[in-house]
Design a protein around this ligand. Structure first.
Ligand SMILES: [Zn+2]
Length: 162
């Protein structure tokens, strides 16, 4: 008889099994309390709203409902500037299904002025890493109001300022 604490070994001499097929799943995710503040302001006013934790000297963008450092509830909303600094970037050559893209897509981590966190989005107007320099000033490009739907894609991306 086996002890209850004994490890259960996987069956030996058996190939892993797989079944081909599709499972039709759809999901609905909420943006959360902080995300709602951010997305609503982005859609209706074209503003970038974060939340501040004064004791931790953090301004979270997008807005969050609690501080990740001290877990305090965050109620102070802060408008963050559209301009900021390019902190990191990458070029993607495949889409999320692994299919090769016709043209690579540049993504960048940006620290906007007034925020202490980084925002990830597309880097617009570049097609080659030679055109990108860490530390460059960038500007957030927000879609016109008629084309905004209350998603992160209401931001088109970041454009490098010369
Ligand atoms: Zn905090």
């Amino acid at each position: 008889m086996k002890n209850d604490t004994e490890m259960i070994e996987p069956p030996k001499n058996r190939e892993p099994r797989a079944w081909s097929g599709e499972i039709p799943l759809t999901s609905f995710y909420t943006a959360g309390a902080g995300g709602q503040i951010f997305l609503h302001a982005l859609k209706t006013q074209g503003k970038l709203i974060g939340t501040r934790c004064s004791p931790c000297e953090q301004v979270y963008l997008p807005a969050r409902s609690f501080c990740e450092r001290c877990f305090a509830e965050l109620v102070e909303q802060v408008e963050v500037k559209r301009t900021g600094k390019l902190v990191s970037y990458t070029f993607c050559h495949a889409d999320h299904n692994g299919a090769r893209l016709r043209r690579p897509v540049a993504l960048a981590l940006i620290q906007l002025e007034g925020a202490t966190t980084l925002l990830l989005h597309r880097l617009l107007g570049v097609s080659d890493p030679g055109e990108v320099k860490i530390g460059s000033r960038v500007e957030t490009v927000i879609k016109p109001k008629a084309k905004r739907h209350g998603t992160i894609l209401d931001i088109e991306g970041f454009r490098i300022l010369q």
